[in-house]
Design a binder for this molecule. Sequence first.
Ligand code: KIV
Length: 271
Amino acid sequence: MSVHQKVKKVTTHVLQEMKNAGEKIAMLTGYDFTMARIIDGAGIDVILVGDSASNVMAGHETTLPITLDQMIYHASSVVRGVDRALVVVDMPFGSYQGNSKEALSSAIRIMKESGAHSVKLEGGREILESVTRILTAGIPVMGHLGLTPQSIYKFGTYIVRAREDDEAEQLIKDAKALEEAGCFAIVLEKIPAELATRVAKEVSIPIIGIGAGGGVDGQVLVVHDMLGINNEFSPRFLRKYHNLFQEMTNSFHSYIEDVRSGDFPNDKEQY
Ligand code: KIV
């Protein structure tokens, strides 16, 4: 029996066992109770309460505006819907970059107030002190390298990162530093597949990719994107498993028509 079939609850140790056994890790974002219940029931390994909630749930252009309180609200809703998956919560922009003390108190708030199992921070060497301090408090940390959306105004665009040798070498150093600090996994976003494969080979902790090819230890997608609810986002790396945008629109059209025509509710749909 494979590792993921054996476990009733996914922990950071299970993810490491999965990597060691060559089993791929499946991760999706989730922001609310209902969706978390469905995703968890389907058998996902990890649910990321991503700060992409800023875009997907709140309609902001970037991930920067979402607050710590809002992330805790989303995370606690997800936690209530989950029996098996490991829940990882993004630390929002501004909650950890100031100094390591501030980072630790933000991480503690997330863990205490949401009941989640771990946190994720964007960055490498520049946030290492914060990562170490959070880990020292016993909070599992997932890293995030490559395209880091909280730094979008520094990058200027959402194009593929680390195509140049300098940036690629730095990314490998950062991944090794995060591993050494004690992170349990790292997300690599939108980097060349060859580089991501190399990181997954040279680093012993699980590497989860998004737009980083198939040579890594697992994949993550934004749930609204893979369900095709969001029809304004179609990057090359995205596989859409549905066109829910169209299906939902059709359902809403039918409902509006039924209400307007008086067809809904019928005799059986009333008391
Ligand atoms: O916030 C998010 O959804 C993420 C994933 C894209 C990895 O960080």
